[in-house]
Design a protein. Structure first.
Length: 275
């Protein structure tokens, strides 16, 4: 059968996959899929990769919040992202009654990528940094994803890309999720984090900001309301909206029903970012 409506793209960080809320998320993915809403999952695995590197005697090399990926690190990312994290997430979805299909960039080049050129990054000094086997997304395998979604499956994408020559690249999961949402014309993109929403006070969960426009978001950053890791999330999210994604939801610490409720009533659970 054909996909009848635009999908929802759901991005889970590695800490979320390993955390206590995965069961609730999986239950809601099933509910959305059964209601006729196609769902594509994208996941990271940073904490798991760092832990495995340390077990193997490697020292993670992170510059400006970004992991430099040499050959040994790329091997760890393959084992972690396309291995343990993808399997664990698919298993949780199966247990909830979903029909997940685990994929990575080399799965028929479902995430096409090229090597990222050296870049100057904040926190990395004045000179361009060569991040090694780190990629930039150039496209998705639409036919494969449409085939899976149309048959009722849930694609689960590990954040590894690949090119036609078989080179594999490590890619930030937020970037893969944003690019997937843009390429698929998603009705919305959900970024599931370890905080419940964008908060006015990070120590007070009741200070949730239900809705942020582009102008509001820029002001919140300038005023110091939004800090640390939430800043790049907002900046990347507004870039996705500028490229055509209709809404980005930042949610976390979800209970059963929360994800479906936020999809139906934007801003009711987390923070919805709009143009």
């Amino acid at each position: 059968m054909a996909v009848s409506q635009a999908p929802i793209v759901l991005k889970l960080g590695g800490d979320v996959v390993a955390g206590p809320y995965l069961g609730a998320i999986a239950t809601d993915v099933v509910a959305l899929a059964r209601s006729g809403t196609p769902v594509v999952l994208v996941h990271g695995g940073g904490p798991q990769a760092t832990a495995l590197q340390k077990q193997l005697g490697q020292t993670p090399n992170i510059v400006g919040g970004r992991r430099i990926t040499d050959q040994a690190t790329l091997d760890v990312m393959k084992m972690t992202l396309a291995g343990k994290v993808n399997v664990d997430l698919c298993a949780a979805l199966v247990a909830a009654g979903a029909r997940p299909v685990g994929l990575h960039g080399a799965s028929s080049c479902v995430i096409r990528a090229v090597k990222r050129p050296p870049l100057v990054v904040s926190g990395g000094g004045p000179d361009p940094i060569d991040f090694g086997f780190v990629g930039d997304v150039t496209g998705l395998h639409h036919e494969l994803l449409s085939l899976l979604l149309g048959a009722g499956y849930v694609p689960v994408l590990a954040c590894l890309g690949a090119d036609e020559a078989g080179n594999v690249y490590n890619i930030n999961a937020d970037v893969v999720a944003n690019q997937s949402a843009i390429a698929l014309g998603a009705r919305s993109l959900f970024l599931v984090t370890d905080v419940p929403a964008v908060l006015r006070d990070v120590a007070d969960p009741t200070s949730r900001i239900p809705r942020l426009s582009l102008a509001d978001g820029k002001k919140a950053i300038a005023d110091g309301v939004v800090t640390k890791g939430m800043i790049p999330k907002l900046e990347e999210s507004f870039a996705a909206i500028a490229a055509g994604v209709r809404a980005v939801h930042i949610v976390g610490r979800l209970q059963p029903g929360d994800l479906a409720r936020e999809a139906a009533e934007p801003g009711s659970v987390g923070t919805v970012l709009v143009p």
